[in-house]
Design a protein around this ligand. Structure first.
Ligand code: MLT
Length: 244
C-alpha cells in the first residue's frame, strides 16, 4: 500500500474517492501540515498501491487502513473520507471505533446503493472491462463545473487501472448502510458538502445532520463534488475542527 505522509500534529488519515488517488489531496495537505500528521494512502487498486484481482469489500479496504496504521505505529486517528473514501472511513469507524478520534465525510453519504444504483455499477464495471477507464472520462464534467479541477480530475482518472476501478465499483455496490455508525459515535463528526454536488446530492448530508444533531455540517455554495480542490482553503479550515 502506497501512502504520502507530511506535517506534524495529531494523525489525520485522508481517504480519497473514486476513481482517484491520494493526489486528490495535493492542494489541501499544505494547508493542514501545521496542524496534523497527515497520512494519505492510495486505496488498493489505485495510484501506486497494488491491485487485488479477487473480489473485495469496502471493509477489506478499511482493514488495509488499519494495517497501515499498525505499520506506522499509530493507535488512534482522525479520518476524513472523500465520497468513496467516506464509505471506507465509515467501514473503518464501524470495525475499529476505538481507533477513531473524529470523522469527516466530504461529499459522501451513509446510504448504501439502491438496486438500480447497484446494477449501474455492474454495468459500468463491464464497460470498463471491455473498453478501459476511458469510459469514465465524462464523469469529470459531473464532478465539478470548475475547468481547472475538471482537467486535474480527468488526468487523475486516466492514470488509474481497470482492475482497481472494477474492484472498487463492485465493493461500493455491496456496501452497507452505515448511518448507525454516526448515530452511535462518541467523537466529533464533520460533514462537508458542495451545494452543487451532482454525484451525491447535498440532501444526503442534510439527512445525516437530521439524524445526528451533533454533527457539524458545512454546506459550500460554490462547490460541486470536489471541495478539497474547488475550495481547498475553506475545506482545510473546516477539517481543523478534527484537531484533538
Ligand atoms: C466517488 O466520488 O468516490 C464516487 O462518486 C462515489 C460513488 O460513486 O458512490
Amino acid at each position: 500500500m502506497a501512502y504520502r505522509r507530511s506535517g506534524q500534529g495529531a494523525p489525520l488519515l485522508l481517504v480519497h474517492g473514486f476513481p482517484l488517488d491520494s493526489s486528490s489531496w495535493d492542494e489541501l495537505t499544505p494547508l493542514l501540515e501545521r496542524d496534523f500528521d497527515i497520512i494519505a494512502p492510495d486505496l488498493r487498486g489505485f495510484g501506486q498501491s497494488s491491485t487485488v484481482k479477487t473480489p473485495y469489500t469496502i471493509t477489506d479496504m478499511a482493514d488495509d487502513l488499519a494495517a497501515l496504521l499498525d505499520h506506522l505505529g499509530i493507535e488512534k486517528t482522525a479520518i476524513a473520507g472523500h465520497s468513496m473514501g467516506g464509505y471506507v472511513a465509515l467501514a473503518f469507524a464501524k470495525k475499529y471505533p476505538e481507533r477513531v478520534t473524529g470523522l469527516a465525510l466530504i461529499s459522501s453519504q451513509t446510504r448504501s446503493d439502491t438496486p438500480e444504483g447497484r446494477l449501474g455499477r455492474f454495468k459500468t464495471a463491464e464497460e470498463v472491462m471491455e473498453k478501459g477507464v476511458s469510459v469514465l472520462e465524462p464523469m469529470s464534467f459531473k464532478l465539478t463545473s470548475d475547468r481547472r479541477v475538471q482537467n486535474f480530475a480527468r488526468a487523475l482518472v486516466a492514470r488509474q487501472n481497470s482492475a482497481g476501478v472494477i474492484g472498487a465499483l463492485r465493493a461500493m455496490a455491496e456496501r452497507d448502510d452505515n448511518l448507525s455508525v454516526l448515530t452511535e459515535a462518541d467523537y466529533p463528526i464533520v460533514l462537508i458538502h458542495g451545494v452543487a454536488d451532482l454525484m451525491i446530492p447535498i440532501d444526503r448530508a442534510r439527512e445525516i445532520k437530521q439524524a445526528v444533531e451533533v454533527a457539524y455540517l458545512v454546506e459550500l455554495p460554490g462547490a460541486g463534488h470536489m471541495p478539497m480542490l474547488e475550495l481547498s482553503r475553506e475545506t482545510a479550515g473546516i477539517l481543523k475542527f478534527l484537531k484533538s
